[in-house]
Design a protein around this ligand. Structure first.
Ligand code: DSN
Length: 425
């Protein structure tokens, strides 16, 4: 067969883009070569509907071992009793949990998307907001922080069946113990979607949701530095409170409910090549080297946040506990929008994303904020001492957004600088 040069030339271009630029998108990272090798392996050819040793297809003896390794490694990484590694993404993991524990129309309570939450936590444009009755909590205007007393009041008012914590742009840690008390007080199940900080949680750098939340979902490709995908975990299995029974009339355990909500509930055949890559990444994350990496991710985020504050930018909540920060550009300049900042920095090969800020006044396509994260640049090898340089470039670019000569000059400097931090060299 002829080589598909159209596609492989494009992949080469993307490799160069990743090598030359500074990647500050908080949800991205660079996987190891062995993670990519697993994703590109012959396992992509195999159908394996079902679970290890309980499949609907023959020839699964190898993928059974692969998937079991992924499950076992994930369980030891997070110290959880049960895991399903088949969700194709974080959104699929959340869809399966909701299908498993809710009926259409049930009330759910999640963190408002415009305050830092996620689409799948009840946004009206997402299945979670269309199929269920969404309610939201947010951050306080003055502090940029979640007030748990307010969450308790909202939960009491809306009586959710499922409470969701976790975010895509909240730079502070979560009080899972308090959230569980609130969930218990209204008889709700508590789901933690730890997609962003999962790697940092696994290594004990942030509060641990496993002992407090009934169900935990995460993507595997952010701070966890694995292939694109999702997983579902439970610290401990428990009888499902919805009272669903098996054919023998016994109350089904939640693990059985969630397994069948993934398949056949919301997915068909699992992606065993991706599951193999998840296993590789979980193995890497179990290492001491990954612990050092997580410390550096946080140190870099704190250093970048203070370097930006020094230059007149305001961070929502005043700082960061994790790998990211949400910057409100309005304190710096009235004309600077998230959209303009994203486009400007792109011209310098600095990749970020525009982001709504709490109590946003602009549309989600324009926004007043940007989100920066340090997972990917830390994988490249950048340290705290480099964050002043990055903040300088970001600030210089944003204050000279109309001057293409300045942007071109920064682009050249960025490219030279990143040569010292080789990627897939
Ligand atoms: N798109 C992801 C993020 O950037 O946070 C969330 O799904």
């Amino acid at each position: 067969m002829q080589r598909d040069t159209q596609i492989f030339d494009l992949i080469q271009l993307e490799l160069h883009r990743q090598q030359h630029g500074i990647e500050l998108i908080a949800s991205e990272n660079f996987v190891s070569r062995q993670v990519m090798e697993a994703v590109g392996s012959v396992l992509t050819n195999k159908y394996a509907e079902g679970l290890p040793n309980k499949r609907y297809y023959g020839g699964c003896e190898v993928v059974d071992k692969v998937e079991q390794l992924a499950i076992d490694r994930l369980k030891s990484l997070f110290g959880c009793q049960w895991a399903n590694v088949q969700p194709h993404s974080g959104a699929q993991a959340n869809a399966a949990v909701m299908l498993g524990v809710l009926k259409p129309g049930d009330a759910i309570l999640g963190f408002d998307l415009s305050h830092g939450g996620h689409l799948t936590h009840g946004s009206p444009v997402n299945f979670s907001g269309k199929l269920y009755s969404p309610n939201f909590y947010g951050v306080e205007k003055e502090t940029g922080l979640i007030n748990y007393d307010t969450v308790a009041e909202i939960a009491n008012a809306c009586q959710p069946k499922l409470m969701i914590c976790g975010a895509s742009s909240y730079s502070r840690d979560w009080d899972y113990k308090r959230l569980r008390e609130i969930a218990d007080s209204v008889g709700a199940l508590l789901l933690a979607d730890i997609s962003h900080p999962a790697g940092l949680i696994a290594k004990g750098k942030l509060n641990n949701p496993i002992p407090h939340c009934h169900i935990i979902t995460t993507t595997t490709h952010k701070t966890l530095r694995g292939p694109r995908g999702g997983v579902i975990m439970m610290g401990q299995d428990f009888p499902n409170p919805m009272g669903e029974t098996n054919p023998k009339g016994e109350i089904k355990m939640m693990s059985a409910i969630l397994d069948s909500a993934v398949f056949p509930g919301t997915q068909g055949g699992p992606l065993e090549h991706v599951i193999a890559a998840k296993a590789v990444a979980f193995g890497e994350a179990l290492s001491d080297e990954f612990d050092t990496y997580c410390n550096q991710v946080i140190a870099n985020a704190k250093a970048l946040a203070s370097a930006m504050v020094k230059r007149g930018y305001s961070i929502i909540s005043g700082g960061t506990d994790n790998h990211m920060m949400l910057i409100d550009l309005r304190t710096k300049s009235d004309e600077l929008t998230g959209k303009l900042a994203e486009k400007t920095l792109e011209k310098c090969e600095i990749t970020i994303n525009k982001n709504t800020v709490p109590f946003e006044t602009r549309s989600p396509f324009v926004t007043s904020g940007i989100r920066l994260g340090t997972s990917a640049i830390t994988t490249r090898g950048l340290k705290e001492s480099h964050m002043e340089t990055l903040a300088n470039w970001i600030d210089k670019a944003l204050t000279n957004h109309q001057n293409d000569d300045v942007l071109l000059e920064i682009k050249g400097q960025v490219k030279d600088f990143m040569k010292d931090f080789p990627l897939y060299g």
